[in-house]
Ligand binder design. Structure first.
Ligand SMILES: [Zn+2]
Length: 478
């Protein structure tokens, strides 16, 4: 008996000595936020991968992680949240009102995980495919009751201490009246949205940031060895970055969310105290708002490729890395299955789509139908949006949409072009999916995790509890 105790004591000592991971907190943290990435969006994108690659066992990487759970997303003042209140919950562990950024409903500033990470000596990064001043990244490093005050959010960033910023939204960082024709990564004209003469790009530069702005910034970014860089402000587009489907087909030079993630890893991993980065797949939400199924799919897969960059890093540092994948809310009320066509989804209908509806409408021939060129619009939908061989019923839907558009009518809460929505709904019907709304829903959303203390991110949690779990794991007080 005595001998047995001695042996088990030795064994315990051996376990403690050889398994520092159980005692240590994660040094490298990837907090991956899919905006609008509900369960249907994840499942649907995975079905598309299987169909496209003809591999029935193919999965999204995020769906293979060993720990998974579900999150509730509601805000203080509404059960259907927005990205501001949801991201504030994920960043601070506190519920707040819709539209509030890093503040409680009384307007009091809340400590964020990024701010705590800095206090603990970690390097920090914010990456998104939206404007960098958009609600999700903003909630991690800015404080305002008005998510639309993006000029103010840009100023908050200057003093935030965050080491790596990448995304879109040059317009909030340059002095008023500045205009650069065709200057951004997708050929759009850059115009300032500021009301003052502040040149934040210059001020970031003075603080030691390498800046990568617009079209020229893309060239510089693609030629940079980020292992040699300390701080980054990368703003590639006037407003949001392109949807992934458009980036892949038209703007291949423009860095993807995976490219930005890899650059951040190279910059931030030089710190011996580690890093904390928030990476947002920001436009899954926008595509779902427009009920655009392929827009959702391509941006979800691009987000998964960014997770793959994090996963590769995890494989090199498995005892020190934590990856947590969450969503802020569901968007669109996406339903995988539509009554009229019975028990089937037809993913094959989506394989020929080569552009987002937004790119089609605003950069393609979409606007021509307003000048009576309706055939040009239908041809464009055929060649880039996969809508060939229109049935009489489908053609009638599009004609009705164009009639309404010509009459100045709009569709839904965000006033979409009725012809554009007719097109996304026809494509959706062909795949046999449906949408309940062009805004968000209150559905719970999936979460998954891998790495050090990943088990803390399983089960059913409110979004505030995700941030609290993160703080607990890292020894932060938020
Ligand atoms: Zn949204």
């Amino acid at each position: 008996m005595k001998r047995l105790n001695k042996i088990s004591g030795l064994l315990l000592a051996a376990v403690l000595i050889t398994s520092p991971a159980y005692a240590a907190k994660p040094k490298y943290v990837f907090y991956m936020v899919g905006d609008g990435l509900g369960a249907a969006q994840r499942q649907f994108s995975e079905f598309f991968l299987k169909e496209k690659d003809r591999k029935t066992d193919e999965k999204l990487l995020m769906d293979t992680f060993p720990v998974s759970g579900l999150n509730s997303t509601y805000a203080t003042n509404t059960l259907i949240t927005d990205s501001a209140a949801a991201a504030t919950a994920l960043a601070t562990g506190h519920k707040t009102n819709k539209g509030y950024i890093g503040q409680d409903p009384n307007g009091k500033d809340l400590e964020t995980l990024i701010e705590e990470a800095e206090k603990h000596g970690m390097s920090t990064g914010l990456i998104t495919t939206t404007r960098i001043t958009h609600a999700t990244p903003a909630a991690f490093a800015a404080h305002t009751p008005d998510r639309n005050d993006e000029n103010g959010i840009a100023e908050d960033y200057l003093d935030s201490g965050v080491d790596f910023f990448a995304g879109g939204g040059i317009r909030h960082f340059i002095p008023k009246d500045v205009k650069i024709a065709n200057g951004d990564a997708v050929g759009h004209t850059i115009k300032s949205k500021r009301k003052d003469d502040k040149d934040l790009v210059k001020e970031f530069s003075a603080k030691g940031y390498d800046t990568f702005i617009g079209k020229e910034g893309v060239k510089k970014f693609n030629a940079t060895d980020f292992n040699k860089v300390e701080k980054v402000l990368a703003l590639f587009t006037y407003t949001h970055m392109p949807y992934e489907i458009d980036r892949e087909n038209k703007f291949q030079d423009c860095p993807s969310i995976a490219d930005m993630t890899q650059a951040a890893i190279d910059v931030l991993s030089k710190n011996k105290d580690g890093f904390f980065m928030m990476i947002e797949g920001g436009r899954i939400d926008h595509a779902a708002h427009a009920n655009d199924p392929t827009g959702v799919i391509y941006d979800t897969i691009a987000f998964d490729k960014a997770i793959d960059k994090a996963y590769n890093f995890y494989k090199q540092h498995p005892e020190e890395t934590l990856i947590v994948v969450v969503a802020d809310h569901e968007t669109g009320g996406m339903g995988l299955g539509f009554d009229s066509q019975g028990y089937k989804l037809d993913m094959g209908q989506l394989l020929d789509v080569k552009a987002s509806i937004e790119d089609n409408i605003f950069n393609g021939a979409g606007l021509e139908y307003k000048q009576g060129k309706r055939e040009a619009f239908l041809t464009m939908l055929n060649t880039t949006y996969g809508l060939d061989n229109l049935t009489a019923e489908e053609k009638a839907m599009l004609e009705k949409g164009m009639d309404e558009s010509d009459a100045g009518k709009t569709f839904g809460y965000y006033k979409y072009d009725p012809a554009a929505i007719a097109a996304t709904h026809i494509l959706s019907q062909r795949a046999n999916i449906s949408w309940t709304t062009t805004i968000h829903t209150a559905s719970m959303v999936p979460m998954s995790a891998i790495g050090v203390d990943a088990q803390q991110f399983g089960g059913y949690k409110d979004n505030t509890e995700v941030a609290k779990a993160m703080a607990k794991v890292l020894g932060f007080s938020i």
